[in-house]
Design a protein around this ligand. Structure first.
Ligand SMILES: Nc1ncnc2c1ncn2[C@@H]1O[C@H](COP(=O)(O)OP(=O)(O)OP(=O)(O)O)[C@@H](O)[C@H]1O
Length: 267
């Protein structure tokens, strides 16, 4: 089922992706784990949103369900106006391929392909031909990620930071509605991590793309326009214009509360 109208945030910006009343329960009966407990959150188009929260709070589950990599137990997930639960497997695969980009902690490049081939792989697999616009876009991306002199190298000949920059270029190459990044700096030293975060920020601010990133790192979250905080599978806060210090303070408040509040107390 498709919705008739596009969800918008308070400033009227449409959501590139969103979930409504999202519940995800893993397992059943006495082994059941409620990973998402009624989360409603939108990820505005043209913005960089970070998802943060303590370990086990449901960040990856939220990202996977919002991106169509996993299904909700109840509630709904949308990419634009398309409700993911209404799609059969084939359409969901097409949606993931054509409208969503991914960057993972492990760069997930194809070792036998060159940098250039890795970047265009999703479009080659989709049989999409490059029109002039597409060629110019890919060309601009190669400069943004700073890989022009590495295009004919293979991933093993690159540093971790360079490999992740290839993965970033690949994620944006098809101009998807939204790029989901799951701990994209988790395997990088801090300098390479900063470079990759800078690229994600530039893709949003200079190229109008949309990024949703799961991270543990307040310094990484500070690159986003907004941070959404999860705790125990619930959305508990949002912070615009985050700084690393403000994010750290907010996370410390969770730690203090979970250490002092009795189990089952409202967050
Ligand atoms: N496949 C699964 N089967 C059972 N339980 C799961 C599964 N995946 C996640 N969980 C549980 O769901 C809850 C949320 O997990 P999730 O990975 O989404 O949290 P997270 O905030 O991303 O954690 P982390 O920061 O440690 O990666 C946790 O209690 C986790 O143990």
């Amino acid at each position: 089922m498709n919705t008739a109208t596009t969800s918008r945030d308070r400033r009227g910006v449409p959501d590139a992706a969103r979930v409504e009343a999202a519940v995800k329960i893993y397992g059943s009966s006495d082994t059941a784990v409620t990973a998402l407990d009624g989360v409603s959150v939108g990820f505005p188009a043209g913005r960089f949103t970070a998802i943060m929260g303590p370990s086990g709070s449901g960040k990856s589950t939220l990202m996977h369900c919002a991106a169509g990599l996993d299904t909700l137990t109840s509630g709904a997930a949308y990419i634009g106006d398309t409700e993911l639960g209404s799609l059969d497997d084939r359409r969901l695969t097409l949606l993931r391929r054509d409208r969503v980009g991914f960057v993972f902690q492990a760069f997930n490049l194809v070792p036998t392909l060159t940098v250039a081939e890795n970047i265009t792989l999703p479009m080659d697999l989709a049989g999409r031909r490059f029109d002039q616009d597409g060629l110019e876009w890919t060309d601009a991306l190669i400069d943004v990620v700073g890989l022009r002199d590495r295009l004919h190298h293979r991933p093993a000949e690159l540093s971790g930071g360079q490999q992740q920059r290839v993965a970033v270029a690949r994620a944006f190459a098809g101009r998807p509605d939204v790029v989901f990044a799951d701990e994209p700096t988790g395997n990088l030293d801090s300098r390479s991590g900063q470079e990759v975060l800078g690229l994600l920020g530039r893709a949003v601010r200079e190229m109008g793309r949309t990024v949703v990133m799961v991270t543990h790192d307040p310094v990484a979250a500070a690159h986003a326009d907004e941070v959404v905080f999860l705790a125990d599978g619930r959305l508990v806060d949002r912070m615009a214009a985050p700084t690393a210090d403000k994010v750290l303070d907010r996370l410390k408040a969770f730690d203090t509360r979970s250490a002092t509040m009795p189990e089952g107390a409202p967050s």
